[in-house]
Design a protein around this ligand. Structure first.
Ligand code: DC
Length: 227
């Protein structure tokens, strides 16, 4: 049987982490865990229970009641909150903002990290997030720091929104993305930063399949080196 391996993919929002991580997991027959979805589910819990998103004390006190679980259905990850499938509900702009607020609260992070490690234990896993290589899986087989320039990321996000029928001005999308980069890198609890032993991959000029190929070949080189 194959020895369990783990691949950590971190980076700023809009770098394409989830598409890349999902495809790498499929290629290697591993499980994919989208950790951002878990913070989004906690954010949704706070919205549903009327807990103010700027009240870190109340968020810290209430996060233990947010019953977040991850299930795999037909090979796809589904997120449940108190037994309800919220995989779609967590994708709204409101849930995104809420995720950003709850993810700065150390108590929330502790709970999510425990859950992430528990899910990963004994499995071959590809995890994407902000603190996977630095904190969640410090001994990951391969760590990737996936980046792309801010204008490239904003353009991708803008096209995604247009495809969903949301016509946000590009300048606004870019401004919000830069703002989110700031929050993610400046927060005191597990700020976004490249792990020392991570390989940086800039996806600005690469297609999805080129990025996936690059990561898969880095991984295979590590596996070959072990033999
Ligand atoms: O990747 P995403 O947009 O779904 O993430 C939602 C929020 O959660 C985002 O503000 C960053 C935060 N997050 C985090 O702090 N740590 C992670 N491992 C994953 C996401």
């Amino acid at each position: 049987m194959q020895e369990p391996f783990s691949i950590a993919i971190d980076g700023p929002s809009g770098a394409g982490k989830s598409s890349v991580a999902r495809a790498v997991a499929r290629e290697l027959g591993a499980m994919y865990l989208d950790t951002g979805a878990m913070y989004r589910a906690v954010g949704l819990y706070m919205i549903k229970h009327g807990i103010p998103l700027d009240d870190t004390r109340q968020i810290a006190e209430n996060c233990r009641f947010a019953d977040v679980s991850v299930r795999y259905e037909g090979g796809r990850q589904k997120i449940y909150l108190a037994g309800e499938d919220v995989s779609e509900a967590i994708r709204t702009a409101q849930a995104s903002l809420a995720a950003s607020s709850v993810s700065v609260v150390p108590e929330v992070r502790r709970r999510m990290v425990d859950l992430q490690r528990e899910i990963a234990r004994g499995h071959c896993v590809v995890m994407d997030g902000r603190d996977i290589g630095t904190h969640v899986l410090p001994d990951a087989t391969l760590k990737i720091f996936l980046t792309a320039s801010a204008p490239v990321r904003a353009r991708r996000r803008h096209s995604e929104l247009l495809a969903k029928g949301m016509n946000e001005p590009y300048e606004k999308v870019l401004r919000e993305l830069i703002q989110r980069d700031e929050t993610d890198t400046r927060r005191s609890a597990s700020p976004l930063r490249k792990a020392e032993d991570a390989v940086e991959v800039d996806s600005s000029e690469l297609s999805l399949s080129e990025v996936v190929e690059k990561i898969v070949s880095l991984f295979r080189a590590i596996e070959r080196g072990k033999k």
